[in-house]
Design a protein around this ligand. Structure first.
Ligand SMILES: Cc1cc2nc3c(=O)[nH]c(=O)nc-3n(C[C@H](O)[C@H](O)[C@H](O)COP(=O)(O)OP(=O)(O)OC[C@H]3O[C@@H](n4cnc5c(N)ncnc54)[C@H](O)[C@@H]3O)c2cc1C
Length: 446
C-alpha cells in the first residue's frame, strides 16, 4: 500500500533531513549494493532494528545471512524516530487484549515488552554503542483536567493486572519535577524506558551484525520476488539473491506489491518530529521543563517529547495523512502550532530540524512475529504501532530464534503469534485512517 499511495515518501537515495542524520556517528562499514547472482541461507529485507537484530542472532548462530536494504542502514523509521526505548507496541486496550487472548497471554506480552527495553540496554553495552542513553522511565501527562482521574484509574489497573508500580504526580509535583506546561494537569510515571540516539543505535547494530558475519547490502531494493522450488529469488536492480528462507523486516515501509503475503495487512501511518536548537538552562526554567524524562500526553493522537542530553528539545506527534512534500510542509505548521501551545515560552526558539516517517499499524492492533507460509520459509516481525525501538529489537531476535527453532512458537505470547489479519476492503485503508483521525480528534477534545 505505502509505496503506491505515498510515492514521495520512498526517496531511498536521499537521507531524511533529521537531527539524527545530522548528528550520528559515522557507520564505518561497507554496505555495497548486491550485484550479480548470490546465494545465502537466510535473506532479510530491511536494515532497521528488526532486520539487524535478526541478522545478529542468525549470524551469531553460524547462519549465512544477507540483508537487502533499499536505502542505507537505518533509512526507515529506525533512523528517524523519537528515540524512546519504551513499551506500548499495540493499540488494542489491555481490557480487549485480555478478552481476545486471555490474561496469561496478555501478561506474557507485557513481560516481553519490558524485556525488550532491557534488550536495548544490553545491546548498547554488549556492542559498545554510544547512543546517548538518557533518562529513566517515562511519564504520561493528562492533557485535560478531566483526564486526571483516568490516570489514577490506569495506575490501579496496571498494578492489579501486571503488578506494575507507577507513580501518580499531581500538578504541583509536575512543577517540582521540571515537567510543567500549561497543558499538563497531572502525570503517571512508569519506571521502564530511556531515550537514545536511534541512528547511532541502528548503526551500532549494523556493525555488530557485520562483525558476526552478516553481509549488508545498501541501495539494494527488492523489486521482484519469485518463489521457486530451489528457493526464493529476490531481485534488485543489479542483482539476484537466492535464499532458502526470507525475513521481511520492513514495517511501515513494506512494499506490498513485492511482498504479496503482506498485501492488505498493514496500515502505514505518519509520525512527525521537530527538534529545536539547544535551549539554555534559563530558557528551560522559564518554561518549567528541565527533566530529561520521556513524556507523552494523554491524547489518542498523542504528542511525545523529551529534552535531549545536549539541551535540544524533541517534539513529536502522530497525525496527517498526506505524505507528499506539500503535505509535509502543511503539517509542519500544525506541529509548530501544537508545540507553541504546549511550550509557549519556547515559541520563538528556532526549530532546526523537522521530518516525518511511517509507523505501522495492523488490523488486530498488536504486533506480529512468525511465519507467513505453511512451509515456514517466509517470516516477518512487524507492526509495532509507533513503539518499535525496543520491540523491533526484541521481535527481530525472536523471529530469528523461531526460524532457528531455538524458540518454539508456543513459547511466545499468542498476542504476538496468532495472526496478521487482512483489513476488510484493504483499498479503503486511507479512508479508515482519515475516519479514525476525525474520531480521535473529537475524543481528544472532550
Ligand atoms: C517519526 C517517528 C517517530 C517514532 N518514534 C518512536 C519512538 O520514540 N519510540 C519507539 O519505540 N518507536 C518509535 N517509532 C517507531 C519505530 O521507529 C519503528 O517501530 C521501528 O523503527 C521499526 O523498525 P523496523 O526495523 O521494523 O522498520 P524500519 O526501521 O522502518 O526499517 C524498514 C526498512 O526496510 C527497508 N525497505 C523497505 N522496502 C524495501 C525493499 N523493497 N527492499 C529492501 N529494503 C526495503 C526500508 O528502507 C527501511 O530501512 C517512530 C517512528 C517514526 C516514523
Amino acid at each position: 500500500m505505502a509505496s503506491t499511495t505515498h510515492p514521495h515518501a520512498f526517496h531511498f537515495t536521499r537521507a531524511v533531513d533529521s537531527y539524527w542524520e545530522a548528528s550520528a556517528d559515522p557507520l564505518d562499514l561497507a554496505t555495497p549494493p548486491l550485484t550479480g547472482d548470490a546465494r545465502c541461507e537466510v535473506a532479510i529485507i530491511g536494515a532497521g532494528f528488526t532486520g539487524l537484530s535478526a541478522a545478529i542472532e542468525l549470524a551469531e548462530s553460524g547462519v549465512d545471512v544477507r540483508v537487502l536494504e533499499a536505502g542505507h542502514v537505518g533509512w526507515g523509521a529506525s533512523g528517524r524516530n523519537g528515540g524512546f526505548a519504551c513499551i506500548g507496541s499495540h493499540k488494542l486496550s489491555y481490557g480487549r487484549m485480555i478478552e481476545t487472548y486471555g490474561l496469561e497471554a496478555t501478561r506474557q506480552y507485557y513481560a516481553n515488552m519490558r524485556q525488550s527495553v532491557e534488550l536495548v540496554r544490553e545491546n548498547l553495552t554488549r556492542f559498545g554503542i554510544d547512543a546517548w542513553a538518557a533518562g529513566d522511565g517515562e511519564v504520561t501527562l493528562a492533557h485535560l483536567p478531566g483526564r486526571v482521574e483516568e490516570l489514577r484509574a490506569e495506575q490501579a489497573y496496571l498494578a492489579k493486572t501486571f503488578g506494575d508500580e507507577t507513580e501518580f504526580l499531581t500538578k504541583a509535583e509536575l512543577v517540582a519535577r521540571g515537567l510543567d506546561g500549561p497543558g499538563f494537569h497531572a502525570g503517571l510515571k512508569g519506571d521502564v524506558g530511556f531515550g537514545i540516539h536511534p541512528l547511532n543505535y541502528a548503526r551500532g547494530l549494523a556493525r555488530a551484525a557485520a562483525k558476526a558475519g552478516a553481509r549488508i547490502h545498501g541501495r539494494s531494493r527488492l523489486i521482484r520476488w519469485e518463489e521457486t522450488p530451489e528457493g526464493h529469488h529476490l531481485h534488485t536492480a543489479e542483482g539476484r539473491l537466492t535464499a532458502k528462507q526470507v525475513i521481511v523486516a520492513t514495517n511501515g515501509y513494506t512494499p506490498e506489491d513485492v511482498s504479496p503475503r503482506h498485501a492488505g495487512r498493514l496500515m502505514p501511518t505518519l509520525s512527525s518530529i521537530l527538534v529545536t536548537r539547544p535551549l539554555t538552562e534559563e530558557e528551560r526554567r522559564e518554561q518549567g521543563w528541565t527533566s530529561p524524562l520521556m513524556a507523552y500526553d494523554s491524547r489518542k493522537l498523542l504528542h511525545y517529547f523529551r529534552l535531549l542530553p545536549n539541551g535540544r528539545f524533541l517534539f513529536g506527534g502522530r497525525g496527517g495523512t498526506d505524505a507528499s512534500n506539500a503535505g509535509e510542509a502543511a503539517y509542519r505548521v500544525v506541529m509548530t502550532r501544537r508545540f507553541n501551545e504546549l511550550f509557549p515560552a519556547w515559541a520563538k526558539v528556532e526549530v532546526t530540524h523537522y521530518w516525518r516517517g511511517f509507523v505501522c499499524l495492523a488490523y488486530d492492533l498488536v504486533p506480529f512475529v512468525g511465519a507467513l507460509d505453511e512451509k515456514k520459509t517466509v517470516w516477518t516481525a512487524i507492526a509495532y504501532h509507533g513503539n518499535g525501538v525496543a520491540m523491533g529489537s526484541w521481535s527481530g531476535r525472536a523471529v530469528a530464534r523461531l526460524l532457528l527453532t531455538k524458540t518454539a512458537r508456543d513459547e511466545l505470547s499468542p498476542v504476538l503469534t496468532r495472526r496478521l489479519s487482512r483489513f476488510p476492503l484493504p483499498a479503503f485503508r486511507p479512508l479508515y485512517l482519515k475516519g479514525a483521525y476525525v474520531w480521535y480528534g473529537w475524543q481528544d477534545g472532550r
